[in-house]
Design a protein around this ligand. Structure first.
Ligand code: COA
Length: 145
């Protein structure tokens, strides 16, 4: 299945917030949604939002946040397409993509080339929605070859 990943405009941000709440990602205050550098989105044929991810650039680090895919579209490679889009378009060789996530997502990120890293080393990135969400998370990283 080919997945078209797009960059959201500012006007789409409230819709992204509703989307995240609709799939149970309720933790982030709505004002934080505006703080990210880029929101990546995937829509179905009818234009409904089915996937998203927020990116935040910090020098050689790209912090990913709120990767989410609608329940009825999971296991079709949408999250992978979003992650790979981020690698191709927002990272240079040697850059590191960082995600703070809960243990149950470890396997998924490992399938996509991420490995566990020392959280203390990346704690300074934990400053957008992460302030509220990431107290009990782990850190995984993937370096762009
Ligand atoms: C986690 C989530 C984003 C995955 O989206 P998805 O579109 O179903 O993922 P993909 O189909 O692109 O899968 C990517 C890879 O991860 C694997 N994977 C996906 N979900 C997995 C799971 N729950 N457990 C283990 N592996 C998983 C897939 O098998 C695939 O690997 P493969 O291609 O080698 O088989 C989706 O389940 C979701 O939105 N969950 C709720 C929000 C969430 O937990 N987000 C996590 C980041 S904060």
């Amino acid at each position: 299945m080919s997945v078209e990943v797009k960059i959201a405009t500012r006007t789409e941000v409230p819709e992204i917030g509703r989307f995240l709440r609709s799939i149970g990602k309720n933790g982030m205050s709505s004002e934080y949604l505006w703080d990210f550098d880029v929101w990546l989105t995937v829509r179905d044929m009818g234009g409904a939002l089915i996937g998203c991810d927020a990116l935040e650039r910090r020098s050689k680090l790209l912090h990913g946040h709120s990767l989410a895919v609608r329940k009825d579209h999971r296991k079709q490679g949408i999250a992978r397409a979003i992650i790979e889009h981020g690698f191709i378009h927002y990272m240079d060789s040697g850059d590191t993509r960082v995600v703070f996530t809960h243990f149950y997502n470890k396997k998924m990120y490992e399938r996509m080339g991420f490995t566990m890293a020392d959280k203390a080393h990346y704690a300074h990135l934990d400053d957008i929605g992460a302030r509220e969400l990431h107290r009990s998370t782990m850190v995984l990283i993937r370096i762009k070859e």
